[in-house]
Design a protein. Structure first.
Length: 179
């Protein structure tokens, strides 16, 4: 009987679950492998975002145009101008119709700025930039932007693509906070 109890104890100890920290776990069923190209894309994204927020207000439109694809630039410009009543602005319904199938217009950040929902900012820094998906020359990052000066943080998902030898923001998923 004593041997059975001892054997049972050894069996329980050997079958006990072990919890270990693992790196490069699958995200949504996709194994994330950090390549040289994904590291370059991450570095480019961090630098581009922080440089964008240091740009003079009069040059923000040009700065946005330089770091985004042509389609995304037009899409986000339309989203920022929905229902403003200015030349070329769309209603929300017109916006949804124009961009359905090309972008997820539900998370376009309608009526808010590029990358952040705030209208004002102090010193924006990228506090987190984590690769969640890579498919060839397309990368998806979870990004957290922090503004220590105004005590704000913004969580976004950013799609970056590499065209020729340059990186561009191809989409930003922004959820507007509910008041």
């Amino acid at each position: 009987m004593e041997k059975i109890i001892i054997a049972s104890l050894f069996l329980m100890i050997s079958c006990k679950d072990k919890t270990e920290a693992k790196k490069n776990l699958p995200c949504n069923g996709v194994y994330i492998h950090h390549s040289k190209e994904s590291n370059e894309a991450e570095k480019w994204l961090k630098n581009s975002i922080e440089s964008y927020f240091k740009t003079d207000l009069g040059n923000l439109d040009d700065a946005m145009r330089r770091i985004t694809t042509k389609d995304y630039y037009q899409y986000k410009t339309d989203a920022m101008n929905v229902d403003l009543g200015v030349d070329g602005s769309l209603t929300e319904k017109q916006f949804q119709e124009k961009w359905k199938g090309k972008f997820d217009s539900e998370n376009a950040g309608i009526g808010v700025g590029f990358l952040i929902t705030g209208q004002d900012w102090g010193d924006i820094k990228v506090s987190m930039c984590e690769l969640t998906f890579q498919n060839g020359r397309e990368f998806m990052f979870n990004v957290i932007l922090k503004d220590e000066e105004l005590k704000e943080h913004y969580a976004i998902r950013v799609k970056v693509i590499k065209e020729k030898e340059n990186y561009f923001i191809a989409d930003v998923i922004q959820e507007i906070p509910k008041n």
